[in-house]
Write a protein that binds this ligand. Structure first.
Ligand SMILES: Nc1ncnc2c1ncn2[C@@H]1O[C@H](COP(=O)(O)OP(=O)(O)OP(=O)(O)O)[C@@H](O)[C@H]1O
Ligand SMILES: Nc1nc(=O)c2ncn([C@H]3C[C@H](O)[C@@H](CO)O3)c2[nH]1
Length: 212
């Protein structure tokens, strides 16, 4: 695969979709957005995580598998670049947080089989932000079923993201990670902040092209 594939990552409300859309608009990359409202378990999941975690995680996993297969067949294979507001690895971060250990072990096996041949992004943008910032943004966006998300859940999720990204970076030295401070950077309302990010992305894309 020679076509660029950028994944934007970070915990809930970090700004993944907003930034992925801005990148798609600027570079004319196809925008791959994760499914949210279509997940029939998500509302029930936030009401009772233990009861609905396995169904919820399996739903996200199988849908993302299909999304990435489609992206491979219809875009990357034809040298058409893509930016997505998720990386497949987020399945493992959420599943590790929400599933009982015996379920997680089954899940991780299925994950590893399903992801064997999937396309992998050649750049990751990681947005991190404090729990307070995330809570404010989740409240501002106003999805009903997310209003019961607890600060503790977000804190654990953010901590797991930080650990996972460190490990990912060690294990994938050829995939550059652009880190963005989502507390201090307003790429939604501040043109200068967005421009700085886009310049950094341009630089990393050019560097990646030279190394190919
Ligand atoms: N850096 C930022 N500065 C100001 N507002 C932001 C920033 N990032 C996101 N927002 C706002 O916060 C809300 C959530 O953003 P967005 O939907 O892009 O997050 P997300 O990471 O894609 O969320 P999810 O994990 O639920 O998919 C939106 O209303 C968006 O406009
Ligand atoms: N449990 C669980 N597993 C996932 O893989 C996952 N991916 C996203 N989400 C939730 C976060 C937002 O509410 C909403 C949009 O990102 O969906 C997930 N929840």
């Amino acid at each position: 695969m020679n076509s660029n594939f950028i994944a934007v990552e970070g915990p809930i409300g970090a700004g993944k979709t907003s930034l992925a859309k801005a990148i798609s608009d600027h570079f004319h990359f196809h925008l791959l957005k994760e499914i949210v409202e279509e997940n029939p378990y998500l509302g029930k999941f936030y009401e009772n995580i233990d009861e609905w975690a396995f169904q919820t995680e399996m739903f996200f996993l199988t849908h993302r598998f299909k999304q990435l297969e489609d992206i491979q067949n219809h875009f990357l294979h034809w040298n058409k670049p893509v930016v997505s507001d998720f990386h497949m690895f987020k399945n493992l971060i959420f599943a590790h947080l929400t599933l009982r250990m015996d379920y997680y072990e089954k899940y991780a096996k299925i994950y590893s089989i399903l992801t064997e041949d999937l396309p992998e992004p050649n750049m990751v943008i990681y947005i991190h932000a404090d729990v307070d910032t995330l809570l404010k943004r989740i409240a501002m966006r106003g999805r009903n079923f997310e209003q019961s998300i607890s600060p503790d859940y977000l804190k654990q999720l953010s901590e797991r993201y930080d650990i996972f990204i460190e490990e990912f970076e060690r294990e994938h030295p050829n995939v550059p990670i652009l880190r963005i401070d989502g507390n201090a950077t307003d790429f939604v309302n501040n043109e200068h902040d967005l421009k700085t990010i886009l310049e950094n992305v341009t630089f990393l894309l050019a560097k990646g092209a030279n190394n190919r």
